[in-house]
Design a protein around this ligand. Structure first.
Ligand SMILES: Cc1cc2nc3c(=O)[nH]c(=O)nc-3n(C[C@H](O)[C@H](O)[C@H](O)COP(=O)(O)O)c2cc1C
Length: 201
């Protein structure tokens, strides 16, 4: 079976600049020999964490929705791509609520000390973060990066690589910047190739 990568799109726009960047990274990972499952997070039916803490004693959430149905895939995935715009200096609300629901993995790892991810998977899985901001400020990606790094730790999917694009309000359309789209392709190829042996560090 080919390595499985999950790609999260945090933008509500499926044809926007973040989506374009993700499409290139997915294409790179597929060229490297991986299967990529793209999840458009804003379309998921999900409830934000209500702190019932059912997950302190169980390997799932007591709220059954699109997120709970995805837990097995997140246990089994071999790597992950997260593509998100910056909103209010952080992650868009729907994607953040999605991430918060992975308290299920946090409790298993840190409360019960019984991780949901196997040793074999932990050894290989990595995360690539792609992010775009409208403004051009030094701290543009600080909020996104902090949350994503925490999410990666909870999921035992090492934060490994990143591509940040600033000043999108002036760049307007990524199709005018083929070098940036190619950079996303290369990052995706690297992520996938590290799993298939087509890319060596
Ligand atoms: C609600 C909202 C909040 C935003 N907040 C920020 C921000 O805090 N900093 C920033 O640099 N850009 C901000 N932006 C701009 C987006 O990051 C930028 O337009 C990005 O290119 C959107 O990507 P997309 O079109 O692929 O969704 C915001 C955009 C929206 C819609």
């Amino acid at each position: 079976m080919r390595p499985q990568i999950i790609a999260l799109l945090g933008s509500p726009l499926t044809e926007g600049n973040t989506a374009k960047l993700l499409k290139k990274a997915v294409s790179g990972a597929e060229s490297a020999g991986c299967d990529v499952r793209v999840i458009h997070v804003p379309e998921l039916e999900l409830t934000a964490c209500r702190e019932f803490y059912f997950c302190k004693d169980h390997e799932t959430c007591m709220m059954e929705d699109d997120v709970s149905g995805l837990y097995p895939a997140f246990r089994e995935m071999d790597s992950m791509i997260i593509a998100t715009p910056v909103m209010t200096m952080g992650i868009p609300g729907h994607l953040k609520s999605f991430m918060d629901r992975f308290q299920v993995f946090y409790c298993a790892k840190y409360v019960r000390k019984k991780r949901l991810v196997s040793k074999e998977k932990r050894a290989v899985r990595r995360t690539l973060l792609l992010s775009i901001s409208g403004m051009n400020l030094p701290e543009n990606f600080d909020g996104v990066t902090l949350s994503v790094k925490s999410f990666c730790d909870i999921l035992d999917c090492r934060y490994d690589d990143e591509l940040f694009i600033r000043d999108m309000d002036n760049k307007v359309d990524l199709d005018r910047f083929p070098d940036l789209l190619d950079a996303a392709y290369q990052k995706g190829f690297r992520l996938g190739g590290l799993l298939t042996g087509k890319y060596c560090n």
